[in-house]
Write a protein that binds this ligand. Structure first.
Ligand SMILES: C[S@@+](CC[C@H](N)C(=O)[O-])C[C@H]1O[C@@H](n2cnc3c(N)ncnc32)[C@H](O)[C@@H]1O
Length: 414
């Protein structure tokens, strides 16, 4: 490849040169809860709470670059778009599959590079992207959606994400008209309101001389019940159901004090409190800054409270605390990270500044914390296996044929 040639981006793999080029999709990562995706175009801007970012400033930068804003108020990371990130930033046209179900389903369907697979409906294309990456580079995904606008939007995204060579998207009602694919695929995934109506056609679509896997995704147990009946009816075996939940834990580093250190720290605070200069906090204005008084004369106002001028321990210790939070989250998280003060942090007490102070450094420990909100919606996952013995007539057809045969053999000979 020549130096000036643009390397086409694909969500199914990484770019060799790892460089942002015009037309690339880039995930703008401010924090875990604040990400979006842009398509880089000279002359356009990305705007966020930290200010404006020129697209043209990103061209030529490496993926993973930390980019400060023009206002100097914050920064973000420029990330390569993977199927996992796409699931978090995509425009929602429907409910979507999240990573817990995606990874579980792909594992149980035993998906591998080179396989062929059917998915329906395409919906917002969340699962389609992960499937495409797993089957790449030589496998193929046939995805079916009956809603024309969703088809158009997904088609555009597959093209812009470098996946159109390995994804065939068709607009059709698979429950009414079937897949029109025979002896073709290794796996099938159905995220439909009535998956049982597509089971007969699914059976024909499997490679008939191989073992294949089917999975259906349904929020209600009634749907599961009807699907199990249809799968049994059509000779699928090994029918199992799961529900998959994921709980994300945030990892942080916080200082951990021993009892001795904590006692020593408390003694030092008491000592400092005793020798600190009083400061004025206006009674009617708890938010007033240090040094501000409601009296203009400089005297202590009678309505004001007098408090010893100890440092704001929580704030100073938090600022001194390392934590694992990335990106602009730093801004929001520092005040909640630690509740213990660091002795010897900056104070306004002039007496305290006169002598050198002893600094007690705690050990840092790694802790985990559950975020307030966990994203993901759950459904029942129904798995079944197609074997070469599955092919042929359904149970009802077999019974009807047997009944017809019995009836004809018991009929009196003419
Ligand atoms: C929940 S969404 C699928 C979401 C998708 N799994 C994702 O991760 O983005 C279900 C989709 O199935 C489509 N659908 C429903 N019945 C259908 C049918 N009989 N044939 C084709 N598509 C159908 C709906 O239009 C909808 O877009």
């Amino acid at each position: 490849m020549s130096e000036t040639a643009v390397e086409k981006q694909s969500f199914a793999t990484y770019k060799k040169n790892n460089t942002i080029e015009e037309g690339d999709n880039v995930v703008m990562y401010l924090s875990k809860e604040n990400m979006s995706i842009i398509r880089v175009k000279d002359g356009e801007y990305f705007n966020c709470k930290f200010g404006s970012y020129k697209h043209s400033d990103m061209i030529g930068l490496e993926y993973g670059t930390k980019l400060g804003s023009n206002t100097g108020r914050g920064f973000l990371y420029l990330l390569y778009p993977t199927p996992e990130l796409w699931t978090l930033v995509l425009p929602h046209r429907t409910q979507i599959l999240y990573i817990a179900d995606i990874s579980f389903v792909m594992n149980y369907l035993n998906l591998k590079p080179g396989m062929s697979m059917i998915e329906s409906g395409t919906g917002s294309g969340s699962f389609s992207h992960s499937i495409a990456r797993t089957l790449a580079p030589h496998g193929h995904l046939y995805t079916f959606e009956y809603h024309q606008e969703r088809v158009n939007a997904a088609k555009k995204e597959f093209e812009e994400h470098g996946l159109s060579d390995m994804v065939t998207l068709r607009c059709r009602d698979v429950c009414k008209d079937g897949f029109e694919l025979e002896d073709k695929v290794d796996a099938i995934f159905l995220d439909l309101p009535a998956p049982w109506e597509a089971v007969a056609s699914a059976k024909k679509a499997f490679k008939q001389n191989k073992v294949g896997k089917i999975c259906t995704f349904s929020p209600c147990i009634e749907q599961i019940s009807r699907t199990v009946t249809a799968l049994n009816e059509h000779g699928f075996v090994d029918i199992q159901m799961y529900e998959c939940l994921i709980r994300f834990n945030e990892i942080r580093v916080i200082p951990m004090w021993t009892i001795d250190e904590a006692m020593e720290k408390q003694r030092a605070i008491e000592k400092k409190r005793k020798r600190a200069t009083p400061r004025v906090v206006p009674a009617d204005n708890n938010n007033a800054q240090e040094g501000e008084s409601s009296s203009s004369s400089g005297h202590i106002n009678k309505s004001a409270k007098v408090e010893p001028s100890v440092d704001d321990s929580n704030q100073s210790s938090a600022a001194a605390t390392p934590n694992s939070t990335t990106g602009s989250e730093m801004e929001d998280s520092v005040s909640t990270t630690v509740s213990t003060p660091v002795i010897g942090s900056e104070t306004t007490a002039s007496a305290a500044e006169a002598e050198p102070r002893e600094r007690i450094e705690p050990k840092n420990v790694v802790v985990t914390r559950l975020p307030a909100e966990q994203r993901g919606h759950t459904s029942y996952l129904m798995f079944a296996t197609f074997t070469p013995a599955t092919q042929g007539p359904s149970l009802t057809e077999t019974k009807a044929a047997a009944a017809a045969a019995a009836a004809s053999s018991s009929a009196p000979a003419k």
